[in-house]
Design a protein around this ligand. Structure first.
Ligand code: NAD
Ligand code: GLY
Length: 360
């Protein structure tokens, strides 16, 4: 097992990365200080991993909330199921909430933990690649609104993250690729050495070589932990983690939640951001081709959906947490391995990308 730390003073916490961690009850129990424990998961993950988790929680007063599976259930309405259970079972302020699942469950469980009685202890057990390399780390929690993705939420850090690489064995190929989109993102925004490693090792990763995968998860978490330690509440640097996300969120919202996986939308969005960076004169044609090739090699989509024209894109992109006074602000690339901070972009240039990139 490898342990990384997210350094946030008194709210610092460990990320445990390794094999067979879900069965290690001491690892989990050292972070539970209460008698009452609520596990939040979904139907798919419950069937696969809830029994193993529950086996490590003997002796606690244990309740579970099993939500339906899908991004379309990441809503305030379904969040209420968690509050209903916590209240019906009279869980008090020292209770512990464990989120067992992908990013949807982690974001919802974390937001419920942040809100219930103004904050209860929260543990993350991410079970998708995307959740292990990104969403479980850093304390962004929340739900979607029909008019905008992740628009309702809170920063709320977990007490620990337990990333057991073994659970990825049951992840289907499409979801696995979606996770790789966020892995590639770290290379693009701040780690050119890791980016080159990804180019050299993408075939091993796609074959789910355990050693390569462990390295990719560790490097991703290391990058994320460093960024979060420097800028927990996204006053600047943390926004670089949003490379491709403003385009991507527009795709997710515009096409209907669940149509494109989050990682797929990020892959397309990162390529659109690369195209715009080229139009700004920062990336070369060869850089953009190299970026598209890596997402392609990870079997991710790289072209925007035909059903979303430039005008609709702009309208959707104008609902984004990075925007200031209604102006769309984006993360672009100066080079492969160096992102800009959020910057206002010329609408004409953005429209050129939206109308031309991937539309041929
Ligand atoms: P997800 O949570 O929907 O999980 C993807 C699918 O995999 C689901 O069907 C799930 O049931 C299934 N699954 C989960 N673990 C499995 C396993 N081990 N084996 C088999 N199937 C499994 O999606 P995701 O990609 O994990 O997360 C996407 C969400 O994360 C989005 O809502 C996105 O906004 C959010 N996100 C949040 C942050 C953050 O910082 N909080 C960062 C990135 C993404
Ligand atoms: N995934 C974006 C962030 O954590 O800031």
């Amino acid at each position: 097992m490898n342990t990384l730390n997210v350094e946030l003073g008194t709210r610092s916490y460990p990320i445990y990365i390794g094999s067979g961690l879900l069965g290690q009850k001491d690892l989990l129990q050292q972070h539970i200080k209460s008698k009452h424990v609520l596990v939040v998961t979904n139907t798919t993950v419950a069937e696969l991993y809830l029994p193993l988790l529950i086996a490590g929680l003997e002796g606690y007063v244990l309740e579970t909330v099993i939500l339906p599976d899908g991004e379309q259930y990441k809503t305030l309405e379904w969040l209420n199921e968690i509050f209903d259970k916590l209240l019906a079972k009279k869980f008090s302020r020292n209770a512990t909430l464990i989120a067992l699942g992908g990013g949807v469950i982690g974001d919802m469980g974390g937001f419920a933990a942040a809100c219930y009685q103004r904050g209860i202890v929260f543990l993350q057990i991410p079970t998708t690649l995307l959740a292990q390399v990104d969403s479980s780390v850093g304390g962004k929690t929340g739900v979607n609104h029909a008019l905008g993705k992740n628009m309702i939420g809170a920063f709320y850090q977990p007490q620990c993250v337990i990333a057991d690489a073994d659970v990825l064995d049951t992840l289907d190929d499409r979801q696995f690729s979606a996770g790789l989109a966020e892995v590639i993102k770290y290379g693009l925004i701040r780690d050119v050495v890791f980016y080159k490693w990804l180019e050299d090792n993408i075939e091993k990763l796609m074959a789910r070589d355990k050693q390569a995968l462990a390295y990719a998860i560790e490097q991703s978490c290391l990058n994320k932990a460093q960024i979060v330690a420097e800028d927990e509440t996204e006053t600047g640097l943390r926004a670089t983690l949003n490379l491709g996300h403003t385009f991507g969120h527009a795709i997710e919202t515009g096409m209907g939640y669940g149509e494109y996986l989050h990682g797929e939308a990020v892959s397309i969005g990162a390529c659109q951001a690369a195209d715009l960076s080229r139009r700004k004169g920062w990336l070369s044609d060869a850089d953009v081709a190299r970026i598209i090739a890596l997402f392609n090699a990870a079997r991710l989509p790289v072209k925007p959906p035909k059903g979303l024209d430039a005008e609709r894109f702009v309208s959707l992109m104008s609902v984004d947490k990075k925007n200031i006074d209604g102006q769309i602000r984006l993360i672009l690339l100066k080079h492969i391995g160096e992102a800009t901070l959020p910057m206002g972009v010329d609408l004409c240039l953005l429209t050129e990308t939206l109308e031309n990139y991937g539309r041929e």
